[in-house]
Design a protein around this ligand. Structure first.
Ligand code: UVW
Length: 355
């Protein structure tokens, strides 16, 4: 088979898997809207759940990042012992890498390189210097990324109670640039749930992570969780993608992740957790059964829209986890700077953990 034919076959396979995943989501959406139009499952569930709307004023756009003040930056810095650094982004690779079904991986194109000069399309600059240029086309969620608080909502309102019309043609409220102005800096804690509760060192597909699992993992690691900690949840899922599914359209539907519960939401609220990051596609399980009904990414609504908790997805936690298992230190200074993409739904990010 020619390379072109192989590429076409691969593309067709990916397209059909992507369409399958989207169809599954649409079917779930149709089922939900068919049964519960103005009163969806997530709306009903969230009536009992905690909310941070109004806590930092009517115009607030950064939610629980308000908790991350100077004192929290100093608390994070106090966790640094050796100075070892861990970069938590997955590689950005042309046409490859884990993305949510329906999104395409990063496309990277060279605009100018040595071939521009050897083909005489360009001339060196006066004095002889040469240079390269390139462009990317990518989903802002197409690699390790931070989501804007208004990126996910239910009903007609986004974070803070602002109309969902504010999302049209670019977010005018709670976009990613608001988080980019603030940055995410504080004490990070790795909860290696995969290593402590998984098979081998990874959680099996379809595993729900509950509050009790987070607490059991912290206890097994000998780490005391404190108010305003930034929590990094390792499932082993991104590593599984690279080991077992080099095709970008991974089976995101049955990835392990957090599962919705009021108990979890109340705990996150009481602990004033500002941000969560995970090595899976959605932090939570994509499809969840709650009270006999199916919901897709319900925690996106509960965390971002209602609590203003900032989430980071597709994080690379393997090196940090190995190092932490070796030295028993699961706390560190965590620093992540989303890009100031005005009106954007999210931002690629390369978070840094410094131990
Ligand atoms: C999904 O969970 C769909 O990913 P994101 O939050 O990046 O949109």
């Amino acid at each position: 088979m020619s390379m072109q034919a192989q590429q076409n076959t691969g593309r067709e396979r990916r397209t059909s898997r992507t369409l399958g995943a989207i169809t599954a989501l649409l079917m779930v959406g149709a089922a939900l809207s068919g049964t519960a139009n103005a009163d969806t499952l997530i709306e009903r569930l969230q009536q009992e759940a905690p909310s941070n709307w109004g806590k930092w004023g009517d115009d607030d756009q950064i939610g629980a990042l308000n908790y991350l003040d100077e004192a929290q930056a100093k608390r994070g810095a106090a966790a640094v012992r050796s100075g070892r650094r861990f970069m938590l982004q997955v590689p950005m690779t042309h046409g490859d890498g884990p993305v949510f079904p329906g999104r395409t991986p990063t496309q990277h194109f060279m605009v100018g390189d040595e071939s521009s000069y050897s083909s005489r399309k360009s001339e060196p600059m006066p004095g002889g210097m040469k240079g390269s240029d390139d462009v990317v086309f990518m989903y802002l969620q197409g690699t390790t990324h931070v989501d804007a608080l208004a990126h996910a909502w239910y009903g007609n309102q986004v974070y803070g109670g602002v109309s969902a019309d504010s999302t049209v043609h670019g977010h005018t409220h709670a976009d990613i640039s608001a988080l980019g102005e603030r940055g995410i800096v504080g004490r990070g804690v790795l909860l290696d749930v995969g290593r402590h509760l998984g098979e081998g060192d990874r959680l099996a597909p379809d595993t729900c992570i509950h509050l009790a699992d987070l607490k059991a993992t912290a206890e097994a690691q000998g780490v005391a969780l404190e108010k305003r900690d930034i929590l990094l949840l390792r499932t082993g899922s991104v590593a599984r993608f690279y080991d077992e599914e080099p095709d970008h359209a991974w089976n995101a539907m049955n990835e392990p992740g957090l599962c919705y519960s009021l108990e979890l939401l109340n705990w996150l609220h009481e602990m004033e957790i500002p941000a969560l990051a995970a090595d899976n596609i959605a932090v939570e399980r994509v499809m969840q059964e709650i009270e006999g009904e199916v919901a897709a990414i319900p925690l996106h609504g509960a965390l971002m829209r209602d609590l203003g908790i900032v989430i980071t997805e597709i994080a690379w936690l393997e090196d940090l986890a190995d190092d932490s298992a070796a030295d028993g230190q699961y706390t560190f200074l965590y620093v992540a700077a989303p890009l100031k993409m005005e009106g954007g739904t999210g931002s690629p990010v390369n978070p840094v953990a410094i131990k």
